[in-house]
Design a protein around this ligand. Structure first.
Ligand code: FUB
Length: 343
């Protein structure tokens, strides 16, 4: 009987060997995995990539997704359960297209899905939908969250405080804003990007209201500084913020990680509170196959995991597949860079 049990129940090591750095989902294309531990399991909230006829451009028009699926795993690495469609574009009253990278949070037994979509005018906003279960289905609010703009929301929870962090340049439209207001006439795709010697555009943060559906304060910019304490410049493409902000905390250190976009790294910076400033420290993840790089970092049963995507299954940038790998924090607070290409 002992042997049978061993056959039926794979060990942690065999699961790790099978799934780590392998696509977690193979019958759908999935990307931008935001992972959380809810009800003792890992839940993953990714984008659901689909084949479209939309031509590729600098604004990511080819990422034309229409719904979200939620996935869960009882063990690190798998097996993976697909809980089906959790939210569809046609059920979001204010949205017109492009369901990009989502995230989720739990409060008092309710679950909240935060997602970016273009409104009827083609402007990215961040919406919220709620459910009694982590797997959904989620019911969307009739309007986007007031005061939000751009895309790639991530929620960082600390005790009873929940922070919404977001933003992205190029297709994420952050370059169209000044003082959080859309600048009229800035509809040239990349119009508004700072010059190379100017400070780069940076992500935003705001504490969520008690209802989890509103911002409780005016959003603030999260400063990302170099080793001399100066803001990272727009021309510093290997270190500057592009999109895909994520926050986690280990000990007293807050980690802000993000994609550098056109240089394809997941970089990270550390700080001593969620609002920053953060100081650039290095890379969490080297470039992966495909143009985009987008990740999340979560602790599960005493180990840290990196969730990310590449294009192993399709070889095509808009058709991605999510993966996971173990992540190691060094005693000095740095993170060991993951090199997905070598696995
Ligand atoms: O999946 C669409 C977009 O691609 C995401 O929102 C970005 O972070 C990039 O991964």
């Amino acid at each position: 009987p002992k042997q049978e049990e061993a056959i039926e129940k794979p060990t942690e090591d065999s699961l790790a060997a099978k799934y780590h750095h392998q696509p977690l989902v193979t019958d759908l294309f999935t990307a931008d995995p935001s992972a959380h531990v809810f009800e003792g399991k890992i839940y993953i909230y990714p984008s659901h990539d689909i084949q479209t006829d939309v031509a590729q451009d600098d604004m990511g028009s080819h990422f034309d997704m229409k719904d979200y699926h939620v996935f869960s795993m009882e063990k690190s690495g798998g097996p993976v359960t697909d809980h089906g469609v959790a939210l569809a574009l046609e059920d979001i009253p204010w949205a017109s297209r492009q369901l990009w990278a989502p995230d989720a949070a739990e409060k008092d037994g309710k679950y909240y899905l935060y997602f970016p979509a273009k409104d009827k005018e083609g402007i990215f906003k961040i919406g919220v939908a709620s459910s009694d279960k982590p797997s959904g289905p989620f019911r969307a609010e009739p309007q986007p969250i007031s005061g939000t703009f751009s895309m790639d929301p991530a929620v960082f929870q600390e005790g009873s405080d929940y922070f919404l962090i977001w933003g992205g340049i190029w297709g994420g439209q952050l370059q169209w804003y000044e003082d959080q207001k859309l600048v009229p006439g800035r509809d040239g795709q990349l119009t508004g990007l700072p010059e190379a010697e100017e400070p780069a555009l940076i992500p935003y943060i705001s504490k969520l209201g008690g209802d989890m559906k509103s911002l409780s304060e005016k959003p603030k910019e999260i400063q990302i500084l170099d080793e001399s304490g100066n803001p990272i410049k727009a021309g510093d493409n290997k270190r500057r913020f592009f999109e895909a902000a994520w926050m986690h905390k280990l000990g007293d250190t807050y980690y802000l990680s993000y994609s550098t976009g056109d240089t394809h790294f997941i970089a990270y910076a550390t700080g001593d509170n969620p609002y920053g400033p953060f100081t650039y420290r290095g890379n969490v993840l080297n470039p992966v196959e495909g143009w985009t790089n987008h990740h999340s970092i979560v602790e599960f049963e005493g180990k840290w995991y990196l969730f990310y995507h590449d294009t192993q299954l399709s070889g095509d940038t808009p058709l991605r597949n999510i993966k996971m790998a173990e992540l190691t924090h060094n005693p000095d607070g740095t993170i060991q860079t993951v090199d997905a290409m070598r696995k």
